[in-house]
Design a protein around this ligand. Structure first.
Ligand code: FAD
Length: 318
């Protein structure tokens, strides 16, 4: 079933969902099942699985030669999605990105997903490869998420890149996209980012999942701004439970978000990460309760591969 159908058939109710990241290459899929098992009692209608593109690893070989190795640290998104659908009968939402894909490779990836019975994708541009500094599209790939959405919408109409196909069958994907309550870091200002988001919705995105935020006021202002811009699709808030002290510096650096003073003070006062987990759970529960009171369509938790905190939060809410 499509995410938008889940949201529409449960109007007035806040659903529970979460995001998983594939295990490191060489590790077992069991970690995915271990993360999912305790969360199943909260009836997630859909589960997202992130996509991780290639990275360049540099090694100095004997003789001082510099060797560049291209590697993907966390492959397996599609396989995990298929395994989740099979094992749990829950809809899986693979993330699909522009980076590293030509249009033809995207087309072939979408055919794989379609053959697996996957009806949902979260369409993203992806970040720059670390060593490249800024995002460089693949040769004959997409520059922005909006262009990727255009390709998926075309395929949904049976219009493939390969125009020599005798009987191209339309795919049937529901498309979600990312939104940034605190602005995407590359956008020169909030209005230009809102215009980019509106373009994604106009192109065919049916719902938005937000970047994590720790101050609900930012989400409420974002929703208001979206409505002013004529963006009327459901906006799912993304929440991340704090679990380590290090995240005080890591999360703002990687995700370009603010941490409220009260949370900084509470986390800083913790004597170890065990105490941080408790603070993080309490903060996320309070955020979730306020969001539920405002009838958000779904609460979406970023587990980053560990579901214990999300389980404790969900147990207090769902
Ligand atoms: P876009 O919507 O393309 O926007 C990128 C930037 O370009 C923005 O600043 C926007 O304002 C600007 N822009 C857009 N269109 C135009 C235009 N036509 N002209 C000029 N400027 C424009 N990354 C991964 O690699 N894998 C994942 O699984 C993943 N999952 C994510 C899930 C969520 C919920 C979120 C919020 C992010 C996720 N990301 C993931 C990170 C995401 O790929 C990055 O934030 C990326 O930098 C932007 O992706 P986007 O789809 O928002 O890009």
């Amino acid at each position: 079933m499509k995410v938008i159908e889940h949201l529409n058939t449960n109007k007035g109710k806040t659903l529970f969902s979460f995001e998983l990241i594939p295990p490191l290459k060489g590790e077992s899929i069991q970690s995915i099942f271990d993360a999912m098992n305790p969360l199943m009692e909260f009836n997630p209608p859909f589960v997202d699985v992130t996509y991780h593109r290639e990275e360049y690893v540099y090694k100095i070989r004997e003789g001082g030669l510099l060797e560049r190795k291209v590697t993907r640290k966390r492959p397996g998104t599609v396989g995990i999605c298929a395994a989740i659908m099979n094992r749990y009968q829950v809809d899986a939402v693979p993330h699909i990105i522009c980076g590293g894909f030509s249009k033809e490779e995207t087309e072939n990836a979408l055919i794989d997903l379609s053959f697996l019975g996957i009806e949902n994708v979260l369409a993203l541009r992806g970040d720059a490869v670390k060593s490249e500094g800024s995002f460089i599209p693949e040769k004959d790939g997409h520059n922005y998420a909006v262009d990727l959405i255009g390709q998926i919408v075309d395929m949904n109409k049976g219009d493939y890149i390969d125009d020599d196909l005798p009987h191209p069958i339309p795919t049937n994907f529901c498309i979600g996209v990312a939104g940034y309550p605190e602005k995407h870091f590359e956008a020169p200002n909030l209005n230009s980012d809102m215009n980019a988001l509106k373009a994604k919705v106009d192109a065919g995105a049916e719902y938005i999942v937000t970047q994590m935020f720790f101050d609900n006021a930012k989400y409420f202002e974002f929703v208001e701004k979206c409505r002013e811009f004529g963006i009327n699709v459901p906006i799912i808030p993304g929440l991340k439970p704090f679990t380590t002290k290090k995240q005080l510096s890591v999360l703002p650096r990687i995700f370009h978000i603010d941490i409220p003073d009260d949370l900084v003070t509470a986390v800083s006062a913790c004597k170890d990460n065990k105490a941080v987990v408790e603070v993080g759970i309490e903060w996320a529960v309070q955020q979730s309760k306020e969001l539920m009171k405002k009838d958000v369509p779904c609460l979406h938790y970023y587990t980053m591969g560990r579901s214990r905190a999300t389980e404790k939060i969900a147990a207090q809410l769902f």
